[in-house]
Design a protein around this ligand. Structure first.
Ligand code: PGA
Length: 253
């Protein structure tokens, strides 16, 4: 079976003491994760080192960054390099979240550079794609997402692609309480997998973990995660509440 992942995206939330309290609550909860199941915590950059220390030795838990820069090092005030992330023990990085695309103007081209550089450093990209509402209303979401994949991932070799996790996050479902139906999620995930099969071959497509994101909560996680092509979730709001996120972790296949 493909890797099944519950990924928390804390975004720009929580003071350090609140973040610590949430980490301690999760640490105090027992999860019997299988070899196929994994939990990622994408914490704010200032808490990365602390989170890595706190989660060291906790089976199946790893720390992710929410962003990285597309250059190796140098005069890029305020940015975080992949080398820095590696030096802290961070294993994953979210790349191309719709908030980065929309608020910070990150282009498919820039995201392609970030994905390639992350792989060069051995950091797993959690690459986000997904359409805004007008595109969904025009029923052109498949072409839109196909373009995002093409422009940011198709520079990779099949071998590199095996290291990438994809998160499909329809923008109209993020933070809105409006979840895609499990059928909408399944349809898009199957489409993404078929595109990957065409570009990278069936074996790579079959092994690629594709997460769903957008108002995932304890109440809908089981149904979403039961879909054959949905391999877990990227969770914003609900990941800030330990009991909610714990239930989402338990909903993994
Ligand atoms: P949400 O956010 O779960 O709050 O909708 C998901 C995300 O943006 O990754």
């Amino acid at each position: 079976m493909r890797q099944q992942i519950a990924a928390a995206n804390w975004k720009m939330n929580l003071t350090f003491s609140q973040a610590d309290a949430l980490l301690q609550q999760l640490k105090a909860t027992s999860f019997q994760l299988t070899e196929q199941q994994q939990v990622l915590l994408a914490v704010p950059a200032p808490y990365l080192q602390y989170a890595v220390q706190q989660l060291a030795g906790i089976h199946g838990f790893q720390v992710a960054a929410q962003n990285c820069y597309a250059q190796k090092s140098g005069a890029f005030t305020g940015e975080t390099s992949l080398e820095m992330l590696v030096s802290l023990g961070v294993t994953h990085v979210i790349i191309g979240h719709s908030e980065r695309r929309e608020i910070f103007g990150e282009s498919n081209e820039l995201l392609a550079q970030k994905v390639s550089l992350a792989l060069e450093y051995g950091v797993t990209p959690v690459f986000c794609c997904g359409e805004p509402l007008p595109i969904r209303e025009a029923n052109t979401q498949n072409a839109f997402v196909a373009e995002q994949l093409k422009e940011s991932l198709y520079q990779l070799t099949a071998e590199q692609m095996q290291q990438v996790v994809i998160a499909y996050e329809p923008i109209w479902a993020i933070g809105t309480g409006k979840t895609a139906t499990s059928l909408q999620a399944q349809e898009m995930h199957a489409f993404i997998r078929s595109e990957l099969a065409t570009q990278f071959g069936a074996v790579v497509a079959d092994h690629t973990t594709i997460l769903y994101g957008g108002s995932v909560k304890a109440a809908n996680a089981v149904e979403l995660f039961q879909q054959p092509d949905v391999d877990g979730g990227l969770v914003g709001g609900a990941s800030l509440i330990a009991t909610e996120f714990a239930a989402i972790i338990r909903a993994l296949k």
